[in-house]
Design a protein around this ligand. Structure first.
Ligand code: SF4
Ligand code: SF4
Length: 398
């Protein structure tokens, strides 16, 4: 029977604008591009599901083709779904491990010094490349000691005095790798008059989707929808400071995983949109001057949500800031994509122009909303990278 879950392929006008905007098709002759791999091939695949080809795996799911499409074809969703069918049920140890952020993160934060030392130990990395195909020259994220959840539970009583509450979906990166960002989010929300609550969240499922572990991704998504729905009694808003987690909770759960997230979808906000609204409604704390040149890079999934504008508007409110907006383009890493040896050269090539532009500006700091964009820019430029929330906190301190 023909599967008609996503019939947007039929809206394709064959204009090829998507292919012009595809960062992978631009640099890799092995990927035919969104039009051909998406709507064109889908017409054939629904008639003969066996018509899947290896080139699908090159798509990063950056969604830039969908932003460009004048006909609202959900091109990336079409390609992802086909890719999962192509991946089948073969056990791939590397993709299994990269998708299990909680499974890896919980023991890693207990032995973070050892794990961080091993991650930087060349012979161990050569072995990891041989066994799992994780490129030697791609630095692995460093683990913090303990979890952010643990830090928060030790400080949760400080949130009791706030009348208004926001549920914070912190994500794996903050929980295992960057507690400081989580603490900045709590501080900023508190400064705006919101107490923070956490739920018993699990990984949003994006790395699982990237590896083709869809049943497991659905399990995580159902869990998150459940805990966030139940938290609605305490707080109307759910905020996330990860552009990819926000996008998954809001868009990928219904569009890619076919789940009903209507109980939470309207209340999930990427943090700068939430904070921007607070600034519009006031009263808000004074932002002090920061005499810095900053270059702003908008992550792909935030662009897809139309959210970059709110980050930019907030940055413009910081007095003294010399803000340079970088040309909107993919940095190449695309979550776990750049951590796979077969895609690492493509990821590096996709981001090359962006890295050149950053080096030409030589900002004091690059600002971006996505943790993996941060890793990619820090690897390929000489500039430090911060989250906009951290810069806002620095401005509150002045
Ligand atoms: S999602 Fe990104 S990589 Fe994939 S086809 Fe679209 S633009 Fe190209
Ligand atoms: S941009 Fe949209 S309408 Fe144009 S070719 Fe691509 S999918 Fe078709």
């Amino acid at each position: 029977m023909i599967d008609l879950k996503n019939i947007t392929f039929d809206h394709c006008l064959k204009c090829t604008v998507c292919t012009i905007y595809c960062p992978v098709a631009r640099v890799s002759p092995e990927f035919p591009g969104p039009k051909q791999s998406g709507p064109d091939a889908e017409r054939l695949r629904i008639k003969d599901p066996g018509l899947l080809d290896d080139s699908l795996r090159f798509c990063t799911n950056c969604k830039r083709c969908e932003i460009a499409c004048p006909s609202d074809v959900r091109i990336a969703d079409i390609i992802q779904t086909a890719k999962w069918k192509y991946a089948g049920r073969t056990f791939r140890p590397r993709d299994f491990l990269l998708g299990r952020t909680d499974l890896l993160g919980r023991p890693a934060v207990r032995a973070s010094r050892l794990v961080n030392a091993l991650a930087g130990f060349k012979p161990a990395r050569i072995l990891a490349d041989k066994l799992f195909r994780i490129p030697v020259d791609r630095p692995l994220p460093r683990y913090d000691r303990g979890t952010f959840e643990r830090w928060f539970s030790d400080h949760a009583s400080s949130q009791d005095g706030f009348e208004r509450k926001a549920v914070y979906f912190h994500g794996c990166y903050v929980n295992y790798n960057d507690h400081a960002l989580g603490r900045d989010v709590v501080r900023l929300l508190n400064a705006l008059g919101f107490g923070v609550t956490l739920t018993r969240e699990v990984c949003c499922g994006v790395p699982l989707m990237a590896g083709g572990y869809i049943d497991r991704a659905r399990k995580n998504a159902r869990h998150n929808i459940g805990v966030l729905t139940r938290a609605s009694g305490e707080a109307a808003r759910i905020v996330s400071a990860s552009s990819t987690c926000s996008f998954a909770l809001k868009n990928e759960y219904p569009n890619l995983l076919g789940l009903d997230n209507s109980a939470i979808a309207g209340r999930i906000e990427y943090i700068t949109r939430f904070v921007h609204r607070c600034f519009e409604e006031g009263p808000v704390p004074r932002l002090g001057p920061l005499e810095l040149t900053v270059a702003y890079h908008a992550p792909c999934h935030l662009e897809r949500m139309g959210g970059a504008l709110y980050t930019i508007e907030l940055l413009k409110r910081i007095p003294g800031l010399n803000l340079k907006l970088l040309h909107s383009e993919c940095c190449g890493i695309a979550g776990t994509y750049g951590f796979k040896s077969e895609f690492h050269p493509v990821a590096q090539e996709v981001g090359r122009d962006l890295f050149r532009r950053i080096e030409a500006i030589r900002p004091d700091v690059v600002i971006t909303d996505c943790e993996t964009c941060k890793w990619q820019i820090e690897l390929n430029t000489s500039r430090p990278v911060l989250h906009p929330v951290t810069l806002l906190c620095q401005s509150l301190d002045v």
